[in-house]
Design a binder for this molecule. Structure first.
Ligand code: FCB
Length: 453
Protein backbone atom coordinates (compact mmCIF):
# COMPACT_ATOMS: atom_id res chain seq x y z
CA UNK A 1 0.00 0.00 0.00
CA UNK A 2 1.41 3.43 -0.84
CA UNK A 3 -0.02 4.90 2.34
CA UNK A 4 1.98 2.71 4.62
CA UNK A 5 0.93 2.82 8.26
CA UNK A 6 4.63 3.14 9.10
CA UNK A 7 4.37 6.83 8.23
CA UNK A 8 2.20 7.31 11.32
CA UNK A 9 3.08 7.04 14.99
CA UNK A 10 1.24 4.29 16.92
CA UNK A 11 -0.82 6.85 18.85
CA UNK A 12 -2.06 8.61 15.69
CA UNK A 13 -5.82 9.03 15.95
CA UNK A 14 -8.04 7.53 13.23
CA UNK A 15 -11.56 8.90 13.14
CA UNK A 16 -14.66 9.75 11.16
CA UNK A 17 -16.61 13.01 11.12
CA UNK A 18 -20.25 14.06 10.86
CA UNK A 19 -22.45 17.08 11.68
CA UNK A 20 -25.76 17.36 13.49
CA UNK A 21 -28.04 18.75 10.79
CA UNK A 22 -26.60 16.41 8.18
CA UNK A 23 -27.37 13.16 10.04
CA UNK A 24 -29.63 13.53 13.08
CA UNK A 25 -33.16 14.05 11.73
CA UNK A 26 -35.70 14.18 14.61
CA UNK A 27 -36.11 17.86 13.83
CA UNK A 28 -39.19 18.24 16.01
CA UNK A 29 -38.37 15.95 18.89
CA UNK A 30 -37.67 16.55 22.56
CA UNK A 31 -38.11 20.29 22.38
CA UNK A 32 -35.64 21.11 19.60
CA UNK A 33 -36.08 24.66 18.31
CA UNK A 34 -35.99 25.74 14.68
CA UNK A 35 -32.58 26.27 13.06
CA UNK A 36 -31.66 28.45 10.11
CA UNK A 37 -31.24 25.27 8.07
CA UNK A 38 -34.83 24.19 8.76
CA UNK A 39 -36.01 27.57 7.50
CA UNK A 40 -33.66 27.57 4.50
CA UNK A 41 -34.75 24.06 3.42
CA UNK A 42 -38.39 25.09 3.69
CA UNK A 43 -37.77 28.01 1.32
CA UNK A 44 -38.57 26.89 -2.22
CA UNK A 45 -35.62 26.73 -4.61
CA UNK A 46 -32.86 26.79 -1.99
CA UNK A 47 -32.03 23.08 -1.69
CA UNK A 48 -31.88 20.63 -4.55
CA UNK A 49 -34.97 18.52 -4.91
CA UNK A 50 -36.59 20.25 -1.91
CA UNK A 51 -34.60 17.94 0.39
CA UNK A 52 -34.46 18.73 4.11
CA UNK A 53 -32.71 17.44 7.23
CA UNK A 54 -36.01 16.49 8.91
CA UNK A 55 -35.21 12.81 8.85
CA UNK A 56 -31.69 12.69 7.39
CA UNK A 57 -30.01 9.44 8.56
CA UNK A 58 -32.18 9.30 11.68
CA UNK A 59 -28.97 9.13 13.69
CA UNK A 60 -30.95 10.57 16.61
CA UNK A 61 -32.61 7.18 17.06
CA UNK A 62 -30.15 4.86 15.37
CA UNK A 63 -26.94 6.01 17.05
CA UNK A 64 -26.44 2.77 19.03
CA UNK A 65 -26.33 0.76 15.78
CA UNK A 66 -24.09 3.35 14.17
CA UNK A 67 -21.72 3.20 17.11
CA UNK A 68 -21.64 -0.58 16.72
CA UNK A 69 -20.55 0.04 13.11
CA UNK A 70 -17.86 2.45 14.30
CA UNK A 71 -16.58 -0.14 16.68
CA UNK A 72 -16.46 -2.72 13.92
CA UNK A 73 -14.53 -0.18 11.86
CA UNK A 74 -12.00 0.21 14.66
CA UNK A 75 -12.39 3.97 15.05
CA UNK A 76 -10.40 5.73 17.78
CA UNK A 77 -12.54 8.85 17.64
CA UNK A 78 -15.87 10.11 16.35
CA UNK A 79 -16.42 13.76 15.51
CA UNK A 80 -20.00 15.00 15.74
CA UNK A 81 -21.57 18.37 16.29
CA UNK A 82 -24.17 19.54 18.75
CA UNK A 83 -27.35 21.17 17.49
CA UNK A 84 -27.56 24.51 19.30
CA UNK A 85 -31.39 24.63 18.91
CA UNK A 86 -31.71 21.34 20.77
CA UNK A 87 -29.88 22.83 23.74
CA UNK A 88 -31.19 26.39 23.66
CA UNK A 89 -34.33 26.38 21.49
CA UNK A 90 -34.50 30.18 21.59
CA UNK A 91 -30.75 30.55 21.14
CA UNK A 92 -30.18 31.86 24.66
CA UNK A 93 -31.83 31.71 28.05
CA UNK A 94 -33.83 28.56 28.75
CA UNK A 95 -31.79 25.34 28.57
CA UNK A 96 -33.67 22.34 27.14
CA UNK A 97 -32.42 19.46 29.27
CA UNK A 98 -34.06 16.87 27.01
CA UNK A 99 -31.86 18.07 24.15
CA UNK A 100 -28.73 17.73 26.26
CA UNK A 101 -29.86 14.27 27.35
CA UNK A 102 -29.45 13.02 23.79
CA UNK A 103 -25.79 14.08 23.67
CA UNK A 104 -25.28 12.67 27.12
CA UNK A 105 -26.44 9.24 25.94
CA UNK A 106 -24.40 9.54 22.76
CA UNK A 107 -21.20 10.36 24.66
CA UNK A 108 -21.73 7.52 27.11
CA UNK A 109 -22.36 5.03 24.33
CA UNK A 110 -19.20 6.12 22.50
CA UNK A 111 -17.11 5.84 25.65
CA UNK A 112 -18.58 2.41 26.43
CA UNK A 113 -17.27 1.37 23.02
CA UNK A 114 -13.81 2.91 23.54
CA UNK A 115 -14.41 5.65 21.00
CA UNK A 116 -13.32 9.16 21.92
CA UNK A 117 -16.02 11.79 21.41
CA UNK A 118 -14.82 14.88 19.50
CA UNK A 119 -17.44 17.56 19.87
CA UNK A 120 -17.95 20.46 17.47
CA UNK A 121 -20.10 23.15 19.05
CA UNK A 122 -21.14 24.91 15.87
CA UNK A 123 -21.55 23.30 12.47
CA UNK A 124 -23.85 25.98 11.03
CA UNK A 125 -27.24 25.26 12.62
CA UNK A 126 -27.87 28.60 14.32
CA UNK A 127 -31.19 28.87 16.16
CA UNK A 128 -33.63 30.71 13.90
CA UNK A 129 -34.64 32.89 16.87
CA UNK A 130 -31.14 34.41 16.85
CA UNK A 131 -31.19 34.91 13.10
CA UNK A 132 -34.44 36.83 13.56
CA UNK A 133 -32.65 39.12 16.01
CA UNK A 134 -29.82 39.90 13.59
CA UNK A 135 -27.92 36.61 13.36
CA UNK A 136 -24.14 36.37 13.19
CA UNK A 137 -23.65 39.83 11.69
CA UNK A 138 -24.76 41.02 15.17
CA UNK A 139 -22.32 40.82 18.07
CA UNK A 140 -25.10 39.62 20.37
CA UNK A 141 -25.09 36.22 18.61
CA UNK A 142 -21.45 35.76 19.59
CA UNK A 143 -22.46 36.54 23.18
CA UNK A 144 -25.28 33.98 23.00
CA UNK A 145 -22.75 31.42 21.73
CA UNK A 146 -20.87 31.83 25.02
CA UNK A 147 -24.03 30.87 26.93
CA UNK A 148 -24.54 27.88 24.68
CA UNK A 149 -20.91 26.73 25.08
CA UNK A 150 -21.33 26.98 28.82
CA UNK A 151 -24.52 24.85 28.89
CA UNK A 152 -22.86 22.12 26.81
CA UNK A 153 -19.52 22.11 28.60
CA UNK A 154 -21.27 22.04 31.98
CA UNK A 155 -23.15 18.88 30.98
CA UNK A 156 -20.53 17.02 28.92
CA UNK A 157 -17.25 18.50 30.12
CA UNK A 158 -16.54 15.70 32.57
CA UNK A 159 -16.41 13.11 29.76
CA UNK A 160 -15.58 15.04 26.60
CA UNK A 161 -11.96 16.13 26.38
CA UNK A 162 -11.74 17.25 22.76
CA UNK A 163 -13.62 20.35 21.69
CA UNK A 164 -13.91 22.18 18.40
CA UNK A 165 -15.58 25.56 18.74
CA UNK A 166 -16.49 26.25 15.11
CA UNK A 167 -16.52 24.41 11.83
CA UNK A 168 -15.29 26.28 8.75
CA UNK A 169 -16.10 29.90 9.57
CA UNK A 170 -15.21 30.88 5.99
CA UNK A 171 -17.94 28.66 4.55
CA UNK A 172 -20.56 29.78 7.01
CA UNK A 173 -19.67 33.45 6.62
CA UNK A 174 -19.29 33.64 2.85
CA UNK A 175 -21.46 30.88 1.40
CA UNK A 176 -24.19 31.58 3.97
CA UNK A 177 -24.03 35.38 4.19
CA UNK A 178 -22.54 36.70 0.95
CA UNK A 179 -23.26 34.10 -1.73
CA UNK A 180 -26.66 33.12 -0.31
CA UNK A 181 -26.19 29.44 -1.13
CA UNK A 182 -26.25 28.20 2.46
CA UNK A 183 -28.51 29.15 5.35
CA UNK A 184 -29.37 31.80 6.32
CA UNK A 185 -29.14 32.81 2.65
CA UNK A 186 -27.94 36.39 3.04
CA UNK A 187 -26.23 38.16 0.17
CA UNK A 188 -24.18 40.93 1.72
CA UNK A 189 -20.37 41.06 1.78
CA UNK A 190 -20.50 43.24 4.86
CA UNK A 191 -22.66 40.62 6.65
CA UNK A 192 -20.11 37.97 5.70
CA UNK A 193 -17.19 39.97 7.11
CA UNK A 194 -19.09 40.72 10.32
CA UNK A 195 -20.13 37.07 10.65
CA UNK A 196 -16.56 35.86 10.25
CA UNK A 197 -15.38 38.30 12.92
CA UNK A 198 -18.13 37.34 15.36
CA UNK A 199 -17.50 33.63 14.80
CA UNK A 200 -13.83 34.14 15.64
CA UNK A 201 -14.64 36.33 18.62
CA UNK A 202 -17.07 33.76 20.01
CA UNK A 203 -14.42 31.09 19.48
CA UNK A 204 -12.09 33.01 21.77
CA UNK A 205 -14.74 33.40 24.45
CA UNK A 206 -15.75 29.74 24.20
CA UNK A 207 -12.17 28.51 24.65
CA UNK A 208 -12.11 30.09 28.12
CA UNK A 209 -15.58 28.77 28.99
CA UNK A 210 -14.68 25.22 27.99
CA UNK A 211 -11.36 25.26 29.83
CA UNK A 212 -13.12 26.40 32.99
CA UNK A 213 -15.70 23.60 32.84
CA UNK A 214 -13.93 20.68 31.21
CA UNK A 215 -10.81 19.48 33.00
CA UNK A 216 -7.96 18.42 30.66
CA UNK A 217 -9.87 19.83 27.69
CA UNK A 218 -8.06 20.10 24.37
CA UNK A 219 -9.70 22.97 22.52
CA UNK A 220 -9.33 24.13 18.94
CA UNK A 221 -11.14 25.47 15.90
CA UNK A 222 -11.61 23.86 12.49
CA UNK A 223 -10.85 25.86 9.35
CA UNK A 224 -11.38 24.87 5.75
CA UNK A 225 -7.99 25.50 4.20
CA UNK A 226 -6.68 24.91 0.70
CA UNK A 227 -3.25 25.55 -0.79
CA UNK A 228 -3.43 28.23 -3.48
CA UNK A 229 -1.37 27.69 -6.66
CA UNK A 230 -0.79 30.17 -9.47
CA UNK A 231 -1.82 28.80 -12.86
CA UNK A 232 1.42 30.07 -14.38
CA UNK A 233 4.50 31.27 -12.62
CA UNK A 234 3.95 34.86 -13.66
CA UNK A 235 3.92 37.75 -11.16
CA UNK A 236 0.25 38.40 -12.07
CA UNK A 237 -0.91 34.85 -11.38
CA UNK A 238 1.20 34.66 -8.24
CA UNK A 239 -0.38 37.84 -6.91
CA UNK A 240 -3.85 36.47 -7.72
CA UNK A 241 -3.07 33.20 -5.90
CA UNK A 242 -1.80 35.16 -2.89
CA UNK A 243 -5.01 37.19 -2.83
CA UNK A 244 -7.12 34.02 -2.81
CA UNK A 245 -4.90 32.61 -0.08
CA UNK A 246 -5.54 35.78 1.89
CA UNK A 247 -9.30 35.67 1.49
CA UNK A 248 -9.71 31.98 2.24
CA UNK A 249 -6.82 31.02 4.53
CA UNK A 250 -4.93 33.95 6.04
CA UNK A 251 -8.11 35.88 6.88
CA UNK A 252 -8.64 33.25 9.60
CA UNK A 253 -5.14 31.97 10.36
CA UNK A 254 -3.64 35.44 10.93
CA UNK A 255 -6.09 36.66 13.58
CA UNK A 256 -6.10 33.28 15.33
CA UNK A 257 -2.33 32.82 15.44
CA UNK A 258 -0.96 36.36 15.07
CA UNK A 259 -3.69 38.52 16.51
CA UNK A 260 -4.07 40.63 13.36
CA UNK A 261 -6.06 40.49 10.13
CA UNK A 262 -3.90 40.36 6.96
CA UNK A 263 -3.34 43.99 5.95
CA UNK A 264 -3.13 43.29 2.20
CA UNK A 265 -6.92 42.82 1.85
CA UNK A 266 -7.76 46.50 1.92
CA UNK A 267 -11.41 46.39 0.93
CA UNK A 268 -12.20 43.69 3.42
CA UNK A 269 -10.39 45.51 6.23
CA UNK A 270 -12.50 48.57 5.47
CA UNK A 271 -15.72 46.55 5.73
CA UNK A 272 -14.50 45.02 8.98
CA UNK A 273 -13.50 48.23 10.77
CA UNK A 274 -16.95 49.09 12.23
CA UNK A 275 -17.25 45.66 13.86
CA UNK A 276 -13.93 45.47 15.69
CA UNK A 277 -13.81 46.53 19.34
CA UNK A 278 -10.81 46.97 21.60
CA UNK A 279 -9.47 43.67 22.82
CA UNK A 280 -11.23 41.55 20.17
CA UNK A 281 -8.01 40.40 18.55
CA UNK A 282 -6.54 39.48 21.91
CA UNK A 283 -9.63 37.34 22.55
CA UNK A 284 -9.46 35.72 19.12
CA UNK A 285 -5.76 34.85 19.40
CA UNK A 286 -6.09 32.98 22.69
CA UNK A 287 -3.65 30.03 22.48
CA UNK A 288 -5.37 26.78 21.50
CA UNK A 289 -4.36 23.14 21.78
CA UNK A 290 -4.78 22.25 18.13
CA UNK A 291 -5.86 23.48 14.74
CA UNK A 292 -8.48 21.44 12.89
CA UNK A 293 -7.97 21.38 9.13
CA UNK A 294 -10.68 20.41 6.65
CA UNK A 295 -9.30 19.90 3.18
CA UNK A 296 -10.87 18.66 -0.04
CA UNK A 297 -9.07 20.38 -2.96
CA UNK A 298 -6.56 23.05 -3.86
CA UNK A 299 -7.02 26.42 -5.51
CA UNK A 300 -5.57 27.01 -8.94
CA UNK A 301 -5.69 30.71 -9.73
CA UNK A 302 -5.02 33.02 -12.63
CA UNK A 303 -5.21 36.81 -12.86
CA UNK A 304 -8.48 37.73 -14.55
CA UNK A 305 -9.30 41.21 -15.79
CA UNK A 306 -11.57 41.87 -12.77
CA UNK A 307 -9.74 39.91 -10.08
CA UNK A 308 -8.52 36.37 -9.42
CA UNK A 309 -10.04 33.64 -11.55
CA UNK A 310 -10.53 30.08 -10.33
CA UNK A 311 -9.11 27.54 -12.75
CA UNK A 312 -9.21 23.80 -12.81
CA UNK A 313 -6.72 21.31 -14.19
CA UNK A 314 -8.94 19.16 -16.37
CA UNK A 315 -6.22 16.51 -16.68
CA UNK A 316 -6.70 15.58 -13.04
CA UNK A 317 -9.57 13.55 -11.65
CA UNK A 318 -12.57 15.45 -10.25
CA UNK A 319 -15.08 14.19 -7.70
CA UNK A 320 -18.85 14.32 -7.95
CA UNK A 321 -18.68 17.80 -6.39
CA UNK A 322 -16.46 18.90 -9.27
CA UNK A 323 -13.51 19.20 -6.86
CA UNK A 324 -10.05 18.44 -8.22
CA UNK A 325 -8.26 15.51 -6.63
CA UNK A 326 -4.84 16.91 -5.69
CA UNK A 327 -3.37 15.27 -2.60
CA UNK A 328 -0.04 17.05 -2.81
CA UNK A 329 -1.95 20.25 -2.10
CA UNK A 330 -2.71 18.89 1.38
CA UNK A 331 0.94 17.98 1.99
CA UNK A 332 2.10 21.46 1.02
CA UNK A 333 -0.68 23.11 3.00
CA UNK A 334 0.19 21.22 6.19
CA UNK A 335 3.91 21.90 5.93
CA UNK A 336 3.28 25.57 5.26
CA UNK A 337 0.73 26.04 8.07
CA UNK A 338 3.07 24.28 10.49
CA UNK A 339 5.96 26.54 9.44
CA UNK A 340 4.11 29.85 9.30
CA UNK A 341 1.74 29.51 12.28
CA UNK A 342 3.25 26.85 14.54
CA UNK A 343 0.02 25.33 15.90
CA UNK A 344 0.69 23.00 18.83
CA UNK A 345 -0.98 20.16 16.95
CA UNK A 346 -2.97 19.70 13.76
CA UNK A 347 -5.86 17.30 13.24
CA UNK A 348 -7.34 16.68 9.82
CA UNK A 349 -10.93 17.04 10.98
CA UNK A 350 -12.42 16.36 7.52
CA UNK A 351 -11.21 14.89 4.26
CA UNK A 352 -13.05 12.71 1.80
CA UNK A 353 -14.85 12.60 -1.52
CA UNK A 354 -18.30 12.30 -3.09
CA UNK A 355 -18.78 9.87 -5.94
CA UNK A 356 -21.95 8.60 -7.59
CA UNK A 357 -22.20 5.38 -5.58
CA UNK A 358 -24.82 2.79 -6.34
CA UNK A 359 -25.66 -0.50 -4.74
CA UNK A 360 -24.71 -3.36 -7.04
CA UNK A 361 -26.61 -6.57 -7.74
CA UNK A 362 -24.42 -8.27 -5.17
CA UNK A 363 -25.84 -5.89 -2.54
CA UNK A 364 -22.46 -4.18 -2.08
CA UNK A 365 -21.23 -0.71 -2.90
CA UNK A 366 -17.99 -0.76 -4.84
CA UNK A 367 -16.29 2.63 -4.56
CA UNK A 368 -12.71 2.20 -5.73
CA UNK A 369 -12.37 5.93 -6.47
CA UNK A 370 -13.08 6.80 -2.85
CA UNK A 371 -10.61 4.24 -1.55
CA UNK A 372 -7.96 5.58 -3.94
CA UNK A 373 -8.77 9.15 -2.87
CA UNK A 374 -8.43 8.31 0.82
CA UNK A 375 -5.22 6.37 0.26
CA UNK A 376 -3.61 9.20 -1.64
CA UNK A 377 -4.66 11.93 0.82
CA UNK A 378 -3.67 9.87 3.86
CA UNK A 379 -0.33 9.24 2.18
CA UNK A 380 0.08 13.01 1.72
CA UNK A 381 -0.60 13.50 5.45
CA UNK A 382 2.10 10.92 6.21
CA UNK A 383 4.56 12.79 4.02
CA UNK A 384 3.74 16.08 5.76
CA UNK A 385 4.44 14.44 9.12
CA UNK A 386 7.78 13.29 7.70
CA UNK A 387 8.48 16.94 6.84
CA UNK A 388 7.74 18.06 10.39
CA UNK A 389 4.04 18.97 10.44
CA UNK A 390 2.60 18.05 13.88
CA UNK A 391 -0.43 16.15 12.55
CA UNK A 392 -1.89 13.93 15.27
CA UNK A 393 -5.05 12.53 13.74
CA UNK A 394 -7.25 12.14 10.68
CA UNK A 395 -11.06 12.07 10.40
CA UNK A 396 -12.63 10.85 7.20
CA UNK A 397 -15.62 12.81 5.91
CA UNK A 398 -17.92 11.12 6.36
CA UNK A 399 -19.00 8.06 8.26
CA UNK A 400 -22.42 8.03 6.57
CA UNK A 401 -23.87 9.39 3.36
CA UNK A 402 -25.83 12.41 4.51
CA UNK A 403 -27.57 15.70 3.78
CA UNK A 404 -25.00 17.63 1.77
CA UNK A 405 -26.41 21.13 2.37
CA UNK A 406 -27.74 22.80 -0.78
CA UNK A 407 -27.07 19.59 -2.75
CA UNK A 408 -29.52 17.69 -0.56
CA UNK A 409 -29.01 13.93 -0.66
CA UNK A 410 -27.57 13.93 -4.17
CA UNK A 411 -23.92 13.82 -3.05
CA UNK A 412 -22.64 10.77 -1.23
CA UNK A 413 -19.54 11.26 0.94
CA UNK A 414 -19.99 8.29 3.29
CA UNK A 415 -17.86 5.22 3.70
CA UNK A 416 -21.23 3.77 4.68
CA UNK A 417 -23.98 3.93 2.08
CA UNK A 418 -27.46 4.97 3.19
CA UNK A 419 -30.40 3.48 1.35
CA UNK A 420 -32.62 6.52 1.97
CA UNK A 421 -36.04 4.88 1.51
CA UNK A 422 -35.28 2.29 4.21
CA UNK A 423 -32.35 4.01 5.98
CA UNK A 424 -30.44 0.74 5.83
CA UNK A 425 -26.69 1.15 6.36
CA UNK A 426 -24.43 -0.60 3.84
CA UNK A 427 -20.69 -0.36 4.48
CA UNK A 428 -18.96 0.47 1.19
CA UNK A 429 -15.72 -1.15 0.02
CA UNK A 430 -13.89 1.96 1.29
CA UNK A 431 -15.19 1.17 4.79
CA UNK A 432 -13.54 -2.24 4.64
CA UNK A 433 -10.36 -0.71 3.25
CA UNK A 434 -10.27 1.86 6.10
CA UNK A 435 -10.91 -0.90 8.65
CA UNK A 436 -8.00 -2.91 7.36
CA UNK A 437 -5.81 0.16 7.23
CA UNK A 438 -6.60 1.18 10.82
CA UNK A 439 -6.16 -2.43 11.94
CA UNK A 440 -2.68 -2.63 10.40
CA UNK A 441 -1.21 0.12 12.54
CA UNK A 442 2.07 -0.67 14.28
CA UNK A 443 1.69 -1.62 17.91
CA UNK A 444 3.09 0.73 20.51
CA UNK A 445 6.22 -0.74 22.09
CA UNK A 446 5.26 -2.74 25.17
CA UNK A 447 7.12 -1.88 28.39
CA UNK A 448 9.46 -4.72 29.26
CA UNK A 449 8.44 -6.62 32.39
CA UNK A 450 10.37 -5.47 35.42
CA UNK A 451 12.09 -8.29 37.24
CA UNK A 452 11.12 -8.38 40.88
CA UNK A 453 12.65 -10.03 43.94
C1 FCB B 1 -17.41 20.71 4.46
C2 FCB B 1 -18.43 20.67 5.59
C3 FCB B 1 -19.11 19.34 5.76
C4 FCB B 1 -19.39 18.67 4.43
C5 FCB B 1 -18.15 18.62 3.59
C6 FCB B 1 -18.32 17.91 2.28
O1 FCB B 1 -17.32 21.99 3.97
O2 FCB B 1 -17.83 21.02 6.80
O3 FCB B 1 -20.27 19.54 6.52
O4 FCB B 1 -20.43 19.30 3.81
O5 FCB B 1 -17.70 19.93 3.35
Amino acid sequence: MPDNQNQFPPDFLWGAATASYQIEGAAHEDGRGESVWDRFCATPGKVRNGDTGERACDFYHRYPDDIALMRDLGLDAFRFSIAWPRVLPEGRGRVNEAGLDFYDRLVDELLANDIEPWVTLFHWDTPQALEDEGGWPARSTAEAFGEYAEAVARRLGDRVHNWITHNEPWVHAWIGHSWGQHAPGRTSESDAVATAHHLLLSHGWAVDVIRALSPDAQVGITLNLAQSYPLNETPEDEAAAWQVDGEANRWFLDPLFRGAYPPDLLQRNELLAPFIQNGDLRTISVPTDFLGVNNYFRFLVSAGSDGPRMESDTENQHTDMGWEVYPDGLRRLLVRVARDYEPRAIYITENGAAFGDTRGHDGHVHDPERTAYLQSYIDAVGQAIGEGAPVKGYFVWSLLDNFEWSHGYSKRFGIVYIDYPTLERVPKDSFYWYREFIGSRPRAPQPSPIATG
